[in-house]
Design a protein around this ligand. Structure first.
Ligand SMILES: [Zn+2]
Length: 428
């Protein structure tokens, strides 16, 4: 990829790096506002977002989940079966299709997942199953605000699991917490796991992943004894349920939620399988969700520095940025092509701009590896590593390979816990 092809922000304007600016992500060239609460992801935002999805997808697959893409325009009937056509409230976007068919835009996918499983599950032997997706959901939010934090449409990574009994659902509930912890560690987001309210989703219990932040709209408490809970879960305002100490509420951005649903949906929507005792039974369910677009904004706000974003290595938009110092750009073009062919995300700065402007772009994109042309040779700077000078054009590829592969070796590990390790290291 070449810098001249990209949509890039004006990096000479220091005011774009204001952490609490209501237009931070637009100013940085990551998103474009179409209307209040509705945004497009620009190419730079998309590069980062695709990395985020890849990390979470990999962690979910390692935990035995399987990926689907659900319908977005759901028939009203399935929502009537679950009882949420009325109970979900005004946030559910309802419409009528040709021939008077009532439909809604899915704000979450319990109904879609149960409907699929009704057609595919017949026996306890088919269990467990865990279906996940990473796609857009829709809510008629009355007061959209804070860029990607409260919007009409957003990308969610959600999963729906089906189990023979509660104890198997418990195992999955714990596994999903490990997956979320690993995903958020790779995003460089130090989330607090808290006991939460089940809200519109229902079920018996849930945990939230909250990122402490002043722009957050959730309020939670975290006690020095280790107990942390949603404010609404506290039995007595300001007092820890576990140890009785006084605690203060802090603001957080809710980035993830894991629910134990019991048989709330399988019973209402008549999902049954033949059990071990040959009787028909409702599978026990669990579900999870990560606000992916929200997480993108959280990454930017959490890693903003004076002149750029110190992207955690795993979600940096580019693995390699190439700076050329001569009018002779053929070496750079060749290296770009070779790296791109190997699947390395590379940005070659082919613009006719000053060294300072090239450095500003490199700083902004914060890549793990920077290659700089010095005469006929190349200098390489690997983040957190030494500078290597005088590399020939032919040796650049093996050098980049060695650095990137060194971070990927954990991919060959076998156990679930080991495979969950973010392949290119957690946040720095
Ligand atoms: Zn306590």
């Amino acid at each position: 990829m070449f810098a001249s092809h990209m949509i890039l922000p004006d990096l000479r304007n220091q005011s774009i790096f204001d952490r609490l600016s209501p237009t931070l992500l637009s100013d940085l060239g990551l998103i474009h506002k179409g209307a209040a609460g509705r945004f497009s992801l620009l190419p730079l935002g998309t590069l980062i977002f695709e990395r985020m999805k890849k990390i979470h997808r990999r962690n979910m697959l390692a935990a035995g989940a399987i990926e689907a893409t659900f319908l977005s325009l759901a028939p009203a009937d399935t929502w009537r079966e679950s009882g949420r056509w009325d109970s979900f409230g005004p946030a559910l976007i309802k419409t009528k299709l040709h021939g008077d068919q009532a439909a809604c835009l899915n704000p979450t996918h319990e109904e879609a997942a149960v409907t699929i499983m009704r057609d595919w599950l017949t026996s306890y032997r088919d269990l467990p199953k865990n279906l996940f997706c990473i796609q857009k959901v829709y809510r008629d939010e009355p007061r959209p605000k804070s860029q990607l934090l409260r919007t009409h449409e957003f990308v969610m990574a959600d999963s729906y699991s089906f189990h023979q009994d509660s104890s198997d659902a418990d195992t999955c509930y714990q596994k999903m917490q490990d997956v979320f912890s690993t995903t958020f560690a790779a995003y460089g987001l130090p989330c607090q796991i808290i006991h939460a309210d089940n809200g519109l989703i229902g079920g018996s219990r849930s945990v939230e992943f909250q990122l402490p932040h002043e722009l957050g709209e959730s309020r939670f408490v975290a006690c020095s004894c280790g107990y942390a809970a949603d404010v609404s879960v506290l039995r007595k305002e300001g007092i820890c349920n576990e140890c009785g100490e006084e605690i203060e509420a802090i603001k957080g951005i809710e980035l993830g939620h894991i629910f134990h649903l019991e048989t709330t949906y399988s019973a209402k929507m008549s999902l049954r399988v033949r059990g071990q005792n040959n009787k028909m039974q409702h599978p026990v369910m669990g579900c999870t969700g990560i606000g992916m677009t929200r997480s993108l904004q959280s990454i930017v706000m959490s890693h903003l520095k004076e002149s750029g974003v110190a992207w955690p290595k795993a979600v940096a938009p580019f693995d390699v940025v190439i700076q050329s110092d001569s009018n002779e750009k053929s070496q750079m073009i060749g290296i770009e092509a070779n790296l791109a062919a190997k699947g390395v995300s590379v940005l070659a700065d082919d613009r006719d701009v000053s060294k300072a402007a090239q450095n500003a772009l490199t700083d902004f994109t914060s890549p793990p590896i920077v290659l700089k042309q010095v005469g006929a040779h190349w200098d390489a700077v690997a983040k957190g590593n030494s500078v290597e000078t005088g590399i020939s054009a032919e040796a650049v590829l093996p050098y980049v390979d060695a650095i990137l592969l060194a971070g990927q070796k954990s991919q060959q590990k076998q156990t679930f816990a080991e495979r969950l390790e973010p392949f290119d290291g957690a946040a720095e």
